[in-house]
Design a protein around this ligand. Structure first.
Ligand code: PEP
Length: 250
């Protein structure tokens, strides 16, 4: 039985003052829940989140990581640095990183491996654009993004990772993949991993992301291959985020 995970991606939002309120509310609200909950604030707030969440059930994650361990990479942050701030998770390959920062599959794979080598759990984000879906290419696009990891590092690399299926057309748009659409892609992802190792596939948590709200979370999380969610906008509103966590707790 896979334990559900709900991770909040704050993107570039927050202030010290607002975060303090949000983090306290999330910390209080998740106590006693059976699902796992994590938040991914911007880098400068990791220290604040680490201290407010200390000893709580809420895990901490970052939104990106350098593929390099250290060195002359101005503006970058290494996996070891994230560990020092108590991170357990890190997003790699978020569609905004791919689209706005030109991250390629090869770079995403290098970040994935840097995270894993340091002991972080990478959350590998995959997903198709609207044009790719309309051209009937959803499964092949997602398969290619997965293969970038599987072909390079082998299926064992997935044993200590999480996948997030995030259709690009659903991120921040208010348009959610229907439960059936999402389930079909999740099942295809699991089948692809299972073709290499059934046990790894069975244990792999595959999150759905893309305009998850309290109103649609129960049905999405009720699908056989949806193991929780990666939440953007709704993660900034404590009540919404907590209600989504509750939906993962059934
Ligand atoms: C995201 O940023 O990964 C995301 C899924 O955003 P939203 O929930 O706002 O669509």
């Amino acid at each position: 039985m896979r334990r559900k995970l709900v991770a909040g991606n704050w993107k570039m939002h927050g202030t010290l003052q607002k975060n303090a309120v949000l983090l306290e509310e999330v910390r209080r609200g998740v106590s006693g829940l059976g699902c796992e909950v994590a938040v991914c604030p911007p880098y400068p707030y990791l220290g604040q989140a680490q201290s407010i969440l200390a000893g709580s059930a809420v895990g901490l994650g970052a939104q990106s990581v350098s593929e390099h361990a250290f060195g002359a990479y101005t503006g970058e942050v290494s996996a070891a640095m994230l560990l020092e701030f108590g991170c357990r998770y890190v997003l790699v390959g978020h569609s905004e990183r791919r689209a706005l920062h030109g991250e390629t599959d090869a770079q995403v794979a290098a970040k994935f491996e840097a995270a894993r080598n340091a002991g972080l759990v990478p959350i590998l984000c995959v997903g198709e654009t609207l044009a790719e879906r309309q051209a009937g290419r959803t499964e092949s696009v997602v398969a290619g993004q997965l293969s970038a990891i599987l072909d390079r590092f082998g299926v064992a690399a997935m044993a200590a990772a999480v996948v997030a299926y995030e259709p690009v057309w659903a991120i921040g748009t208010g348009i959610t993949a229907s439960p059936a659409q999402a389930q079909a892609v999740h099942a295809a992802i699991r089948a692809r991993v299972a073709a290499r190792d059934a046990e790894v596939a069975d244990g792999l948590r595959i999150l759905y992301g893309g305009s998850v709200k309290p109103q649609n979370a129960v049905e999405l999380f009720g699908q056989a291959d949806i193991d929780g969610g990666l939440i953007g906008g709704a993660a900034l509103v404590a009540d919404d985020f907590l209600n989504i966590c509750l939906a993962a707790n059934r």
